[in-house]
Write a protein that binds this ligand. Structure first.
Ligand code: CA
Ligand code: CA
Ligand code: CA
Length: 384
């Protein structure tokens, strides 16, 4: 499949995203699994030893660009380091490492060619990568410089605020003069119900469209894939169950990924919303973490970053007996349902039930920092 076809599919997915979420589930999911979910997988990519030819140099990338680049067409190169035999996990405790990435690993990370596929929150993530790619903090788009003031309103901070040290730390970053170019990191829209996403991603692997010339690749299930009623975490039947038949679970995906040990597939936990916060989201993301640990996978724990504020305090769903009103005056005041499911912090979105990251900046800045930490680790940084 060509990238043009992929782009057209992305447009179609946008259209699909506007339709009601599909709930119908294939009957095959009630069948008994033949393998339990957390067994280490044989022949996983993480077991392979990479034949590394390091070509990641500081000269490999241009200065920051605000537009999504066209996919690289250069000859593939191997990753500059051996693939990790043990899991690399980037979660909310990793975000502050962003400031400690050595310059040489910033350069190596930006030379890696990466593609991630996702729904609307992925677009937010892509925009957040653009935030970090500026030469000066105050040059970033306004959507990178917003935070709540003390009264629940949203304020855009400016160069004047920056120069008088009035900018909240959680929306600040040091762009090192434009070192964080994401020109080699491509975002593609990818959205549907979880079964079709799994099937479609496997089809992309089978056709050779992915990883293509990329070093690192990923897709994320969105919070709409883990809303109440989702079967994604079912045992049997869910993504981490060994379901009968092909192209319907992680085992089928892993068989394909194992054919490209010279590439890194990064698993992501889901995005979260104020209302999702759900049992399904919590179970799926916990399954993801256990799977990654048990199999030595690379995990970007997006949900964990979203569900902790910048001081590390966990955040839970909006059915909490706490009223919230958006700056535009739309309010929710759901009664406390007695259960606390991890959810995106209200600090990171102005939505009452959703979880988009553009209206206030702290969440998406933290996500983008975390992604840089992950890419630097893949580029060989030990994280210390
Ligand atoms: Ca299967
Ligand atoms: Ca509430
Ligand atoms: Ca609750």
């Amino acid at each position: 499949m060509s990238w043009k076809a992929l782009w057209i599919m992305g447009v179609m997915w946008i259209a699909v995203a506007c339709l009601p979420t599909l709930r119908a589930q294939p009957s095959v999911q009630s069948a008994t699994p033949t393998r339990s979910v957390y067994l280490p997988l044989a022949n996983a990519p993480g077991d392979a030893t990479a034949t590394a030819t390091a070509t990641a140099t500081a000269t490999a990338t241009a200065t920051a660009t605000a537009t999504i680049p066209t996919p690289p067409t250069a000859t593939p190169t191997a990753l500059p380091t051996s693939l990790p035999g043990a899991a690399i996990v980037v979660d909310h405790t990793s975000v502050d490492l962003f400031d400690r990435i050595p310059d040489q690993y910033v350069a190596a990370a930006r030379a890696l060619r990466m593609v991630f596929m996702d729904r609307s929150v992925g677009q937010n993530t892509s925009e957040a990568l653009d935030c970090l790619a500026v030469a000066n903090w105050y040059d970033s788009p306004a959507s990178c410089r917003r935070d709540y003031d003390g009264n629940g309103a949203v304020r855009t901070f400016t160069r004047r605020d920056y120069e008088s040290n009035q900018v909240p730390a959680r929306i600040l970053f040091d762009p090192r003069g434009g070192a964080f170019s994401r020109a080699n990191w491509v975002f593609e829209l990818f959205a549907d119900d979880w079964q079709k996403m799994t099937r479609d991603f496997i089809a992309l692997l089978d056709s050779g469209a992915l990883p293509g010339s990329y070093d690192v690749y990923a897709f994320q299930f969105s919070y709409l894939n883990v809303e109440p009623g989702s079967t994604i975490a079912d045992q049997p039947g869910g993504f981490f169950a060994d379901n009968p038949g092909d192209a319907n679970d992680v085992y089928d995906m892993e068989r394909r990924l194992a054919r490209r040990p010279d590439r890194v597939f990064v698993y992501w936990t889901t995005s979260l919303a104020r209302g999702i916060g759900s049992e399904e989201a919590t179970r799926f993301n916990e399954q993801m973490r256990q799977f990654a640990r048990a199999n030595g996978k690379v995990l970007f724990d997006f949900a964990d970053i979203e569900a902790h504020d910048d001081r590390g305090v966990p955040c839970y769903d909006n059915r909490d007996g706490v009223a919230y009103c958006t700056p535009a005056g739309q309010c929710e005041n759901y009664p406390d349902d007695g259960v606390s499911w991890p959810a995106i912090c209200q600090d990171y979105t102005t939505e009452t039930d959703g979880g988009h990251l553009g209206s206030v900046s702290a969440g998406k800045i933290r996500v983008a920092k975390g992604l840089w930490v992950l890419m630097a680790r893949l580029a060989g940084w030990d994280g210390n």
